[in-house]
Every structure is written in C-alpha cells, then in structure tokens.
Design a protein around this ligand. Structure first.
Ligand code: DX5
Ligand code: ZN
Length: 219
C-alpha cells in the first residue's frame, strides 16, 4: 500500500493559496486535505464549497475532503459538485452512517469515516467494509497546530488488525499533530495516508513536503 501525504490547507496562507497548493503538488503530495468545519460539530468555522470549487484545476491532487460537520449527508451532493474526490464524514456526526456512505458512493466519490480521539475503534466494526478509508484523528478536531495524542498509535494498530482480519485493504489516514519527527511511528503503526497542516505550510513548503516524502518512501 502506497504512503500518501495529504497537506491540510487549513494552515495555508489564503492570500496565496493556489501557489501554495502547487508547491505541495510539485513536491509529491498526492492528496490535498480540505478541512470543512461548521461551528457546530467542532467549535471553529473554516471554509466550504466555494473555496473547493475555486481551487479545481490548480493541481491534479486527490481532493480529500474532511467534513467536520453535523449531519453531513445534507452536503454530499454539493461537495461532489464542488470537486471532492474522497469525502470523509465523522461517525459521531451521522444520524445514519450507512445512508451517508451510500449517498457518497452513489455520487461517485470514495467514502471515508473518521473517529475522534475519544471514540473507540470498535465503533467502526459494523461499517468496516463500507468505506475506502478510515481516518483516525490524532487531535481533537477543530484546530491546526495541536499536539499529537500518543494513544492514537494504539488505535491505528487496532484498526490495522481489524482490517487485516477482514481482508480489507482500506486506507488508514491519520490527522493532527504530525511532524517530520513523529511521522515514522505513525507509519509503523499502520497508517498510509498522512495529514499535515502546520508541518507543511509553516516555513519552506517545498522543503517540508520533500522531507515528508523522503520518510514516506522509506517506510
Ligand atoms: C483538525 C483538522 C486537521 C488539522 C491538521 O481538525 O482536521 O486536518 O488541520 O493540522 P496540524 O497538522 O497542524 O495538526
Ligand atoms: Zn482534517
């Protein structure tokens, strides 16, 4: 399974967003992580469909949209139309997770399911074969720049075992507080899609992405 870097544009400089996205793509980041926050499911408000639409065509990266939104089924079609390729919803935010995943698939997108730090991996058990990716939050969702929660490593390992037991090759994405210094242990625990916001967009973007890609290629 290929290791993929998904820079989170929440930490980007929106005055020069297009240019910064291109820098991440030119240096090897295969996904672009797009953090949508509604101020209800999480305390912050970030951005939504108009911004996603405006960056279509800037790069050929997979638009990895992370919906930190209450009852996300309401927005599945709108995000598909705005350019999402992969739509991740929070298990905790869905009245009916199966209906939400079915809707994502019927709109032609890949589906992801995310769980917050306080939600056990076992909660994913009923839908393990219903999504192409599972997102383990390694910070409380809502803000960039937080510290990695070490207990996340056990959750990644547990999820990896569960997927292997069921012979499922879904991706495991991890998101929050990941830097060049700790990405190696996140990969060793079983993740293959790495989200990084501050670690990519603060400082020299090209250098930061190349640093991650070097480690991802080695693991
Ligand atoms: C937090 C978001 C993350 C965040 C990552 O709710 O889901 O994607 O932007 O930012 P860093 O890498 O700075 O922790
Ligand atoms: Zn995210």
């Amino acid at each position: 399974m290929k290791n993929i870097l998904a820079p989170s544009i929440l930490s980007a400089d929106f005055k020069v967003l297009g240019e910064q996205i291109r820098q991440t793509a030119d240096n090897g980041a295969g996904y672009l992580h797009f953090d949508v926050m509604d101020g209800m499911f999480v305390p912050s408000i970030s951005f939504g469909m108009p911004v996603l639409k405006s960056i279509q065509g800037v790069s050929r990266q997979v638009m990895d949209v992370h919906l930190m939104v209450t009852e996300p089924i309401r927005y599945v079609e709108a995000f598909q139309e705005a350019g999402a390729d992969l739509l991740t919803v929070h298990l905790e935010a869905c009245e009916d997770i199966q209906a939400t995943l079915d809707k994502i698939h019927s709109c032609g997108m890949k589906a992801g399911v995310s769980i917050k730090p306080g939600t056990p991996v076992d909660a994913l058990y009923p839908i393990l074969d219903q999504a192409e990716m599972f997102l383990i939050m390694s910070v409380e969702p809502g803000f960039g720049g937080q510290a990695f929660i070490p207990q996340s490593l056990n959750k990644i390992r547990d999820l990896k075992v569960l997927l292997e037991e069921k012979k499922l090759d879904s991706d495991i994405e991890v998101d929050g507080g990941i830097y060049l210094t700790n990405v190696g242990e996140v990969l060793s625990a079983g993740a293959n899609v790495i989200v990084a916001g501050s670690a990519v967009f603060h400082g020299d973007i090209g250098e930061n992405v190349r640093g991650f890609m070097e480690i991802l290629k080695k693991n």
